[in-house]
Design a protein around this ligand. Sequence first.
Ligand code: NI
Ligand code: MN
Length: 226
Amino acid sequence: MKITYLGHASLSIETRDKTLLIDPFITGNELAKDIDIDKLHADYILITHAHQDHILDVEAIAKRTGAKIISNYEIVAHYAEKGIEGHPMNHGGKAKFDFGTVHYTNAIHSSSFPDGTYGGQPGGFVIETNHHRLYIAGDTALTYDMKLIPEIIGELDLAVLPIGDNFTMGIDQAIRASKFLDCNKILGYHYDTFGYIEIDKNEAFTKFANSKKDLILLPIGGNLKI
Ligand code: NI
Ligand code: MN
């Protein structure tokens, strides 16, 4: 499984033969100006919640690639009206796809579309393939519910956690989250895109290392393999 960071909370995940895009917000992110959305491949687009900084490029990419949306019921219904196909889920549910199984997990946040319409309840995803299990938290506060993930779904290879604070968890709570998740390998996201969420990266690395957790921060366009 190859995970490429596309800036902010946007990821591209290549499994053996499918590509999943997560929360594409690229054309609105000055820091991601070297990523060309017309060159991104996608078989599926997974959307954690309806905020602008998670959905901005969904429509353009889905219409060009024919990618299918996986998200909560309300977000899938919103894109169905635009002629984009999707698979609706809700918290606690899992569904099988041709690349593996997706669980829609709880997140403590909000989820309205940019025009104020209801975007369902925010979530995160656990993606399981034959060989890997990956948790993508979405925008969320620290929540005790995270303890249930390894307990119910199984051991994680990697957890992708927001670390930018202000709108989500910050560094200290993300460390606590990685303990709840029983996961030592953390990919940080949702930081530095705009002023409210700028972080001190050295402080983040030091604090994670002091807690014996491995924090990975990728350059935009950079990738890691699990
Ligand atoms: Ni949000
Ligand atoms: Mn966000």
